[in-house]
Design a protein around this ligand. Structure first.
Ligand SMILES: Cc1ncc(COP(=O)(O)O)c(C=O)c1O
Length: 410
């Protein structure tokens, strides 16, 4: 009921998400979500890029889509096509690229395109919660694919597809984050990429590839994107949220022309913010590789700090999956510890973390997993926050046992 007495709630459609709580600020030790490192924002260079591009092309802001049509700002689509060709092995041009309002919108558009209530979609068993939520919200059933330290286990997937087929189920699509997987940070090897695509072809499934973190890889690079290996069978999405800034809300989708035309038709938002697109294109054309090298160095340094503190505080009681890039550490407490019980005491101690069950197709099976984002907090906050987590965990569960399997000195 509003203050004037009108009962809006009687008018709402059923099955809405729960109302969003009022934002009450971040926890002092904030390890949740996919924020970036504030030190990694090139403020001066962005300001100069903004001034240049506004003075040069700003008059076009008077026109929807800048007068360039719904795929997005041509300068940014050129940049994306060039980046994906150079770094991810795609053969594409600006005509194959649709700029989206973050890769989250890419997930929404592809969900709208492919999934209906009752459909089955395959996901990595530990997977981006935003994808799980969106697929479920449209009435699809999510089925987890088994993972190891290199990503999807192809042997298990083949058996699983056989089992599903025996029950008359053909998954409608396969969603994967093959390069710097969220949350595990793994990179799927080339042979597995080929085998995955062969299975997808055999079972007539489109593959939906999310490369949100592929730019943030520490060293050694990654095999070509799945789209590069099978462009007719893969829808590829990516983002500038992790390589630059999530608050800008700019991502992209690359797909076959027949798919792209449908995605464009589903994108009814009047266009992704044109100024953001212009500034990103202006800054990154020429600067991208140097920017990424600087950002990765910042992030890997924070990762090392976090891993060192986790080891000091938890010792052998925490199984840690060292990510090959990105902004998260995925880890596991001993079986029997349910991290969901730590959320409230952690919040009372000023700490926020992502419980593993939210990042899993089968929540209960991931009860002892958790995810920490190391990009946003300072190194001092990382150390203090991990120590706080260890204390909260010990007080609630007896793990890590101080002076036993923990290497804590204070
Ligand atoms: C795997 C993955 N895909 C997509 C997104 C959505 O990101 P954005 O909409 O900011 O590009 C995220 C955000 O954390 C993510 O982790």
């Amino acid at each position: 009921m509003t203050t004037s007495g009108f009962a809006y709630s009687d008018c709402f459609v059923p099955d809405l998400p729960a109302p969003a709580p009022r934002f009450a600020g971040f926890a002092p030790f904030n390890f949740v979500g996919g924020h970036n490192d504030p030190e990694g924002i090139p403020r001066q260079a962005l300001a100069e890029a903004a001034a240049r591009v506004i003075l040069r092309e700003g008059a076009k802001l008077a026109i929807y889509h800048l007068g360039h049509g719904p795929l997005g700002y041509p300068g940014l689509r050129d940049f994306v096509a060039d980046k994906l060709t150079r770094r991810r092995g795609l053969r594409c041009t600006a005509e194959d690229v649709l700029i989206t309002s973050g890769s989250g919108q890419g997930i929404e558009l592809v969900t709208r395109l492919l999934l209906m209530p009752g459909d089955t979609v395959l996901l990595e068993e530990h997977c981006y919660t935003g994808a799980i939520t969106r697929f479920r919200a449209c009435g699809a059933t999510v089925v987890g694919m088994a993972l190891d330290e290199d990503g999807i286990r192809i042997d298990a997937l083949e058996a699983q597809l056989g089992d599903l087929a025996a029950r008359g189920i053909t998954p409608k699509c396969l969603y994967t984050i093959p390069t710097i997987q969220n949350p595990t940070g793994s990179v799927l090897p080339l042979e597995r990429r080929r085998a995955l695509l062969a299975l997808a072809k055999r079972f007539s499934m489109p593959v939906f590839e999310d490369e949100c973190y592929a730019d943030l890889i520490w060293s050694g690079g990654a095999p070509p994107a799945l789209y590069a290996l099978a462009p007719d069978q893969v829808i590829h999405i990516g983002s500038f949220s992790k390589s630059l800034a999530p608050a800008l809300r700019v991502g992209y989708a690359v797909a076959d022309a027949s798919v792209l035309a449908r995605l464009v038709a589903c994108k009814t938002d009047g266009g992704t913010g044109a100024l953001d697109q212009m500034v990103i294109a202006e800054y990154f054309s020429g600067n991208f590789d140097a920017h990424i090298a600087r950002l990765c160095a910042l992030l890997e340094d924070k990762l090392d700090t976090m891993l060192d503190e986790i080891d000091r505080q938890f010792g052998t009681s925490m199984q840690v999956f060292r990510p090959k890039g990105g902004i998260f550490v995925w880890m596991k407490l001993p079986d029997g510890v349910d991290v969901r019980k730590l959320v409230q005491p952690a919040a009372a101690a000023g700490l926020a973390f992502n419980p593993g069950p939210d990042w899993a197709c089968d929540a209960d099976a991931a009860a002892s997993y958790l995810r920490l984002c190391f990009a946003l907090p300072s190194k001092a906050a990382i150390r203090e926050g991990v120590a706080t987590l260890a204390r909260v965990c010990f007080e609630a569960t007896g793990v890590p046992a101080f002076g036993n399997n923990s290497r804590r000195t204070a």
